[in-house]
Write a protein of this length. Structure first.
Length: 310
């Protein structure tokens, strides 16, 4: 059954990336409108202004925010440049809005698949702006085939611009060594279990062993005085992490995606834990919706309810 779910998720992600299918969807206005309605739960809108507006509201309610301009695996130089320019725009607007926050992105959105140097140049430009506005810049972690390149770019960039953070996947076997090498005082790190299907030789699947590893990484980061974002909806794991006194860490927060388990965000906030909500926007909402369903198939029922009820 687990294998079936994995196969279905892989197939859905593959469908989401097929430009011909996407084009067909775009040419059927009714279907397009229905899918857009389902996506509205997870995506603030197509425009940067949509995300900034929700960011302002959430800030008023006591949440920190992350903003992502949706996109990944961009293969043309021009599209990478467009994405980097959009990220610079959102970073600037967020800085000028004066509510703090962070901008998150995939390196494969801004050049990693074209050439590492292009991705690095874009990160350095973004890093300079992030320093100017005091806005954090967070690099997401992608498939294991990209991990070494992503960490190499991160290392070069953070040496110049300390507000750049990195996401580490607890499920990868290599992560303990990576973390041991990277984590230091005030380093910004986001821990996730890992969203990509990887072979057993490279990663653990969802298990108690993986949860233990997540906790060990957290302990290491606290020991080293890092600024930590715990990005998980796993309530048992969160309960374990909340049992810790966070003394030693420069800061610790929970970070949750907009539209997923919003009641958990409210509950944690009410218990006075710092919570960050990760907001997305952009024209690629279709890809994002497919990913949310692929990673948690019951979200398909939610999507149907949203379509019918909306
Ligand atoms: P799981 O064991 O997968 O889930 C625990 C429980 O949480 C599930 O039983 C279910 O009840 C609930 N749950 C999990 N997912 C969902 C969902 N989609 N909808 C509703 N309920 C759900 N992964 C990467 O590989 N790279 C990244 O850069 C990255 N960045 C992320 C940033 C943020 C802010 C967040 C929240 C996640 C990010 N992820 C990233 C995804 C992450 O790796 C996991 O795939 C995801 O968080 C689900 O795992 P989990 O820790 O919640 O535990």
């Amino acid at each position: 059954e687990q294998q079936l779910a994995i196969d279905a998720a892989t197939a859905l992600k593959a469908i989401a990336r097929r430009p011909d299918i996407k084009m067909q969807v775009e040419h059927q206005p009714q279907l397009y409108a229905l899918l857009q309605r389902a996506a509205a739960r997870y995506v603030t809108g197509e425009q940067r202004a949509n995300a900034l507006e929700v960011a302002e509201l959430l800030h008023g309610e006591g949440y920190a925010v992350s903003l992502e301009y949706i996109g990944e695996n961009t293969v043309s130089r021009a599209d990478c440049q467009q994405a980097a320019a959009e990220l610079m725009g959102v970073l600037t607007d967020l800085g000028e809005q004066g509510i703090g926050g962070r901008v998150s992105f995939d390196l494969s959105h801004i050049g990693l698949l074209v050439d590492n140097e292009l991705a690095l140049q874009h990160v350095l430009q973004l890093g300079e702006l992030s320093q100017m506005y005091g806005i954090e810049l967070f690099i997401s972690m992608e498939e294991s085939a990209k991990t070494a390149a992503i960490l190499a770019i991160y290392r070069q960039a953070v040496a110049l611009y300390p507000l750049i953070g990195i996401t580490l996947q607890a499920h990868l076997h290599r992560t303990w060594e990576d973390a041991s090498r990277l984590l230091a005082q005030d380093i910004r790190v986001r821990f996730v279990k890992g969203a990509y299907e990887e072979p057993d030789t490279l990663a653990l699947s969802r298990s108690a062993e993986l949860d233990d590893r997540y906790v060990q990484l957290f302990e290491l980061a606290v020991e080293r005085g890092c600024r930590i974002s715990l990005a998980t909806y796993d309530e048992l794991l969160i309960d374990r992490l909340l049992l810790y006194s966070w003394e030693g860490a420069a800061s610790v927060e929970l970070e949750l995606l907009y539209g997923i388990r919003p009641e958990l965000a409210v509950q944690l906030r009410e218990q006075s834990y710092p919570v960050r909500v990760y907001l997305t926007y952009g024209q690629e909402w279709y890809l994002y919706l497919c990913h949310r369903i692929a990673e948690y198939p019951p979200n398909l029922y939610q999507a149907l309810i949203d379509v019918v009820g909306g």
